[in-house]
Unconditional design. Structure first.
Length: 86
């Protein structure tokens, strides 16, 4: 994986609700080996927000929002940043 630092895949979608039953998060060693540990952790957290939303929201789509990070993603990110002080 060389185009992005991380990605989250939703799998085994529930046909009735549209929710994912499983998620896989992949991180790019080729990209992240040149970045700081903080950047690695931020990338992991970013992908885990996607995973959380795939698993908890009805019909959550990464395409929600112009850049793939719609209202639900931004709200979750803001809450985490307030708690952690990031």
């Amino acid at each position: 994986m060389t185009l992005c630092a991380g990605i989250c895949y939703a799998t085994d979608m529930n046909k009735n609700t549209g929710q994912a039953r499983f998620c896989t998060v992949r991180l790019s060693k080729k990209i992240l080996k040149y970045r700081s540990v903080d950047n690695l952790l931020e990338t992991l957290l970013h992908e885990l927000i996607h995973a959380f939303l795939f698993l908890t929201k009805d019909k959550y789509e990464r395409k929600d929002g112009e850049d793939g990070h719609g209202k639900d993603f931004l709200e979750m990110m803001k809450r985490i940043n307030q708690v952690t002080g990031l």
